[in-house]
Design a protein around this ligand. Structure first.
Ligand SMILES: Nc1nc2c(ncn2[C@@H]2O[C@H](COP(=O)(O)OP(=O)(O)OP(=O)(O)O)[C@@H](O)[C@H]2O)c(=O)[nH]1
Ligand SMILES: [Mg+2]
Length: 359
């Protein structure tokens, strides 16, 4: 899962990025990778997988990962190349979701590019830039598609119609997600990658002693089918520098049970409608995976390996808690909680899956 971070300059993007990355590094003894200084792949630590691994005697833990891409702040005019932000907009076209950091803390020592703290206004500034950037991209794409459509190719004709509708919507200040792609247009959405079609998570960067998302931000998120969480980037980055036990103790004192990384990951899973499932065996790695809700054991097999999907015979499925309570696979089988399922079984969050396949 790839998440791109956007926001105004000084909103707290890099502070949050660093905190998320550190939290990932500390959450698991896992070599998180920094591909570039501003891209981090962070393990999604999952307590359930740890318990499953222990009960089946797995050799190691391999957590599913989430990647974050930090970009420079966007300013008004970014789509025309103002500031540094424009250069980075291209990087986030390939992400699955947008994490929009908005300043909501009142620390006067931190300069606000427009000299006042107004989260809703800031959100609108960024959203306008993203819409304009998508507009420019869509117009460029239309030029190309029109030529193919003239040749009478059906998919290009459908794509052209969609692009024209999309351009009109963007010009009216509406996000790309408001214009659904007709099935005849095939991969049009993926090839354009409009930023304003991506699911969005707002992170209100709040004062240390605030736990709630500002009302205006919450209302805006609700109106645009987005999610919102309140996080103090500063607190998270300070916690990230402590030993894990000390950080946990301090968190308990502050009354925030989950780390910023856990909250962001949970919100991203919900936003993208993903579930987690596990694979684990004795003396083998125990691993966590994600899958879109509603997809089947056959799709899950494909996540693990294309050969396993191709040779799919049946699935053995057990809920992680029942596996742990049963003391492992043998116990779970005795209790009758280890089920045989076919390829169409819809996977559930927390399922432990073993695929039987013919190589
Ligand atoms: N008081 C307070 N200061 C913060 C918080 N988060 C970030 N800051 C400060 O705000 C300043 C800007 O933070 P960055 O994380 O660099 O902001 P950014 O969004 O990455 O900015 P650009 O990269 O310029 O777009 C730094 O001095 C941070 O220490 C916070 O939660 N509380
Ligand atoms: Mg930054």
């Amino acid at each position: 899962m790839k998440v791109g971070i956007v926001g105004l300059p000084n909103a707290g993007k890099s502070t949050l990025f660093n905190a998320l990355t550190q939290a990932g590094a500390e959450a698991a003894n896992y070599p998180f990778t920094t591909i570039e200084p501003n891209v981090a792949i962070v393990p999604i630590r999952d307590d359930r997988l740890e318990q499953v691994a222990a009960i089946v005697g797995a050799s190691e833990l391999v957590f599913d990962t989430i990647s974050f891409q930090d970009i420079a702040g966007l300013v008004a005019g970014a789509h025309r190349g103002e500031g540094l932000g424009n250069r980075f907009l291209g990087h986030i076209r390939e992400t699955d979701a947008i994490l929009h950091v908005v300043r909501a803390h009142s620390d006067e020592r931190v300069v606000h590019p427009e000299g006042r703290v107004d989260p809703l206004h800031d959100i609108e500034t960024i959203e306008t830039e993203l819409i304009l950037a998508d507009l420019e991209q869509a117009e460029r794409r239309l030029d190309r598609v029109v030529r193919t459509a003239r040749g009478g190719e059906r998919q290009a004709i459908a794509e052209q119609a969609w692009l024209e509708q999309l351009i009109a919507a963007l010009q009216a200040g509406k996000p790309a997600r408001s214009v659904p792609v007709p099935p005849e247009a095939g991969d049009a959405l993926r090839s354009l990658g409009p930023i304003t079609a991506k699911p969005t998570l707002f992170v209100a960067n709040v004062d240390e002693d605030v736990a709630e998302v500002p009302a205006a931000v919450a209302a805006h998120a609700a109106a645009s089918a987005a999610a919102a969480v309140a996080i103090s980037a500063r607190v998270e980055s300070e916690l990230g520098e402590l030993e894990p036990e000390d950080a946990a103790a301090l968190r308990a004192e502050l009354g925030v049970a989950e780390s910023g990384l856990e909250r962001v990951t949970r919100a991203a899973f919900e936003l993208l409608d993903q579930i987690a499932f596990f694979t684990a065996g004795e003396a083998k790695p125990a691993q966590s995976w994600h899958l879109r809700r509603g997809l089947t054991a056959w799709h899950a097999a494909g996540e693990i390996h294309s050969d396993i999907q191709r040779g799919f015979v049946r699935a053995e499925v057990v809920d992680w808690r029942e596996l742990v309570d049963g003391g492992g696979y043998a116990g779970a089988r005795e209790r009758g909680v280890l089920r045989l399922e076919g390829r169409d079984y819809p996977m559930r969050d927390g399922d432990v899956l073993t695929v039987k396949f013919t190589p």
